[in-house]
Design a protein around this ligand. Structure first.
Ligand code: ADP
Ligand code: MG
Length: 242
């Protein structure tokens, strides 16, 4: 069963045609990796799913609901679709614990005690149980990104979107973030991950999708995708990043 579906989705930034007819489905529990050159529309594509960007033509549905349906509440939608950005975007003036409990207590009206329990369990899961009372600036980039993942998970989302979550990290911190993502993937989370970490893709992706110039050029299971890319543009891209 698809949880997200794109039907002929087009988007323009003014007169720049950035998404040119996207038709894609993401199944429940699927781990989809999206790759492609810079500027190909990857961020725009996933940002449309939780309405950080709007699109002008076509439909996107989440659990069968058209995102443009007037009954779809964007704030509600964003609680169900977590997103993790390249630049962790933690609140600098709040402790790690407060960063994680803010949305559950404010948006979900969860009692602080219960939110704290959930946050501490999530911090344990991402390997940061002892960092709850620190401020973001006191953490490494890899630790901050793991907090950002825990913060998104605190809302119990049905889907997690990742936009190049390891691109801003020093190389020695990439693994710790990917490990958290692999753990999530194995746990059955539906994930759309924009990343160029092809080791991650080989290990946990169900499907890899290659975008260029606002279009999906090709896609497939990782084994086939990496062994036999059919399009020259995909081959050129893989040659460059592998
Ligand atoms: P990717 O994530 O694959 O690098 P993006 O989705 O960020 O690509 O961007 C695709 C194209 O759209 C790029 O050419 C970029 O410059 C342009 N673009 C992105 N955001 C905006 C914006 N807010 N306004 C105008 N153009 C944008
Ligand atoms: Mg991007």
């Amino acid at each position: 069963m698809s949880i997200i579906e794109f039907k002929n989705v087009h988007k323009w930034y003014d007169d720049f045609h950035v998404l040119k007819g996207i038709n894609e489905k993401v199944d429940k529990g699927e781990v989809l990796v999206v790759c492609g050159p810079s500027g190909s529309g990857k961020s725009t594509l996933i940002r449309c799913v939780n309405r950080l960007e709007d699109y002008q033509k076509g439909t996107i549905t989440f659990e069968g609901r058209d995102l443009h349906d007037k009954n779809v509440d964007v704030n509600e939608l964003r609680t169900e679709i977590g997103i993790v950005f390249q630049q962790f975007n933690l609140y600098p003036h709040l402790t790690v614990l407060k960063n994680i409990t803010l949305a559950p207590t404010k948006v979900r009206k969860m009692p602080q005690g219960e939110a704290n329990d959930i946050a501490l369990a999530l911090l344990e899961r991402v390997g940061l149980a002892d960092q709850a009372h620190k401020y973001p600036a006191e953490l490494s980039g890899g630790q901050q990104q793991r907090v950002a993942i825990a913060r998104a998970l605190a809302m119990r989302p049905k889907v997690m979107l990742f936009d190049e979550p390891t691109s801003a990290l020093d190389p020695e911190m990439i693994g710790e973030v990917l490990n958290v993502m692999k753990d999530l993937a194995r746990d059955g989370m539906t994930m759309v991950c924009v990343t160029h970490e092809m080791g991650f893709a080989r290990e946990v992706a169900d499907r890899v999708l290659f975008m260029d110039g606002g279009e999906v050029i090709e896609q497939g299971e990782p084994l086939t995708f990496f062994a036999n890319p059919t399009h020259e543009r995909t081959r050129a891209f893989l040659r460059e990043i592998l």
